[in-house]
Design a protein around this ligand. Structure first.
Ligand SMILES: [Zn+2]
Length: 154
C-alpha cells in the first residue's frame, strides 16, 4: 500500500489521507510505530470517524434517520447500523471506498435501500457513500455496477 508521503520544499513532510484524500502535515496523522515516519495512513479526523466514539457515530446516523423519515418509514436503529458498519468495515457497499462522517463530502456515509419499493427496514439497508447513493438513484445493482465498471475502465 503506498504511503502517499511527500517531502515539501519547506522541509515538512505531508501525507495524503487514505480515507478523505486530503494532503495534510504528517503531524495530523495518528501515531503508528509500524508505519513509515511513525504515522498511520489515515488522518486523525478520519480515524476518529472510522473508529468513532458513540457520540459522533450516533448523532450522524440519527441525522440520517431524520432525513429518511421525511419520506419513508424507518425501523432500523443505531445498533443495527453499527452492526452493518462493522460488517462493512466502514466501507461503501457499492464502491468499496471508505466512508466519512463529514457533511458535504461525497464520501459521507448514508443508508441505501437495496429494494427501492421497501422502506428503511432491517434487511433492506446497506451503508454507502452519499455520491454512490445519488448516482445509483433508481438503477438496479446490475445497472449501477455496469456503469461503475465502465467508469473504472476509462
Ligand atoms: Zn482523512
Amino acid at each position: 500500500m503506498p504511503t502517499n508521503t511527500q517531502y515539501e520544499a519547506d522541509g515538512t513532510i505531508t501525507r495524503r489521507c487514505h480515507a478523505c484524500r486530503q494532503r495534510r502535515p504528517l503531524t495530523e496523522f495518528k501515531r503508528n510505530n509500524a508505519m513509515l515516519h511513525g504515522r498511520g495512513y489515515m488522518c486523525k479526523k478520519c480515524h476518529t470517524n472510522r473508529y468513532s466514539n458513540d457520540k459522533s457515530f450516533n448523532s450522524w446516523w440519527q441525522n440520517r434517520f431524520n432525513i429518511a423519515r421525511k419520506r419513508h418509514r424507518v425501523t432500523v436503529n443505531i445498533a443495527y447500523i453499527r452492526k452493518l458498519w462493522t460488517a462493512q468495515t466502514g466501507k461503501c457497499a457499492l464502491t468499496g471506498v471508505a466512508m466519512v462522517f463529514e457533511r458535504r463530502s461525497p464520501f459521507a456515509a448514508s443508508m441505501d435501500r437495496i429494494n427501492l419499493t421497501v422502506d428503511y427496514v432491517p434487511g433492506n439497508i446497506r451503508l454507502v457513500t452519499i455520491a454512490a447513493n445519488l448516482a445509483r438513484r433508481n438503477y438496479t445493482d446490475e445497472q449501477f455496477q455496469a456503469w461503475l465498471a465502465a467508469v473504472r475502465a476509462v
